[in-house]
Write a new protein. Sequence first.
Lengths: 373, 205
Amino acid sequence: MKKMTRLTKCYGLFFLFLCFLWPSAGLAIENSECMDCHSDESLTKECTDNILQTSITESLYVDEDKFNHSVHNINGITCIDCHTDIEELNWDEELPHKMYLEPVVCTTCHEEEGEAYKKSVHMEILKKGITMRCYACHGYHYVEYSETATVAERGNNYCLKCHNPYQYHEWLPAKEAHFSMVECVVCHSPEVPNKIHLNFIDLVSNKLYTSNEILDALGVDYDEFMPLLDTNKDGIINSSELENLALMLRLKNIHAVFHVELLAELLPIAHEVKRGTAEQDCVKCHSANSTYFDSVSILMTRDDGTIDRYEVDRAVLESYNLSHFYLMSGTRVKLLDKIGFLLLAGGACGALGHLTIRIFTIPIRRKRKTDKK
Amino acid sequence: MNNEKRLYVHPGPVRVWHWVNALGFVILILTGFQIRFADILNIMPLQDAITIHNYVGFTLIGNYFIWLIYYLSTGKIKIYILDVRTLVPMAIKQMLYYGYGIFRGDENPHHMTPDNKFNALQQQAYAAIMLIFLPAQMLSGVFLWKVKGYSDYIHLLGGIKTIDTIHVILFFFFGSFVMIHCYLATLGHTPLAHFKAMFTGYEDH
Ligand code: HEM
């Protein structure tokens, strides 16, 4: 990720450099020039589907609004940064560029992801003559930041396009719970570090609250959010601070509970989906000292799209603050175990104590019996 | 009291229900420990523990209905219904017996008949267990079985952790109950008398 940001800067600098050296570089093709034609929803081309060998009509429309919201546009990547074989537009022709353009190679910029992806099952199928490109999962023009995306929005959407997870995993109980709370690659690329996100959800409408809705309700700004919460100023939101937050929201009539998800960090190794290496050891997650709980956070998206991450004490997972999350065994409430062992010990001591007294009092009963006779 | 009398106190369906229930409890408690303490205990793999727990859980639910239907259809359910007028004095008497009289060899203040087989303490305990705790345990168990499927109900009841709290507290309670229950069963006129009765149906006196 760091590398990419550096890369963006390089692009910018390179661009500036060109402008200085060669004023006509200002003629570098603007997105708007392409959009002259490609914003036309009816622009199509005829081509043959190479699997079915039939002629199909392909839309050449690009939704400018959506493109402008994409991670690439936000980072200054233009049409021709990807469609690199268009060097100039020849306005004299009806079609100002080549009829057949080379496929876009994502890995020119995303080298590390490309390397990791090479090791995955999805590249293995190249042997069978199937090419699965990056955009089979990500799409291309409208790639969005996925840092704050939920399980349903990210990985699972990609994977569910092609796989029905209910066909596999017959050994896994509570499949629905797992698939809705654990991103596929958390198990399928077990080396990728993972994290736990807490989102605010309204149970009645089943909708997640956006950062803005939460901040509006609290009446604070992004920069005031953490100081408001973190009353002991240790930079970590703990159980009682979280409780306060829930209380403050309730006063504003927001009945939000926390929705908890296990997600993969955005790192290239998320792509190393291999055969037979997925996490099958239940106790890796279903265990109180699981490393899966090491990183717990609340994310807030600013208006400019940047994301603030607030660290949360992992102990909250075992508290009733998260009453709608129970990862069996793993996030068990320890107090209950203590009460439980008192109950068991009480039962055992009661029975044993009574038995002991019964044994010691045998002589008394024997005596009374003989007396009676 | 006639010493020669044999009383038929445990009809067939009740005996079947009882032993299925007893075996089920033991299995559920063992697998329950494995499930809750998966990181500490290693009696069996977690998957197996969950699978067994679920099957046995549903068997017990079915079994519960044998009990319920039997007692409702024969009208015998009234032996579980507390008589508020005599409850407190009877319970105190019974407590005094267990805490003192029994050691001196006093006679049990409760005399068993087929229509009144429980003493006041048993009656209270069993009524609570059969009509409140066990149904609560079964219901919370079913919710835990399909966390997503029943999510609407689970949300209404305050979340999965709340449901689990009920299931776990009752689990420990039942664990404790089973120990005490087995011990109390040795307090018949011979240590094995009550156990035999639950097999033959007849309680000797
Ligand atoms: C009456 C005897 C029962 C006992 C003593 C018992 C005990 C337990 C215990 C100790 C746990 C572990 C809880 C935890 O991890 O915090 C558990 C879990 C579970 N029980 Fe039971 N249970 C009983 C009946 C049932 C029934 C009737 C069902 C219905 C199918 C059931 C379904 C489950 C399920 C699905 C879980 C695992 C899910 C989870 O813990 O989140 N149980 N049980």
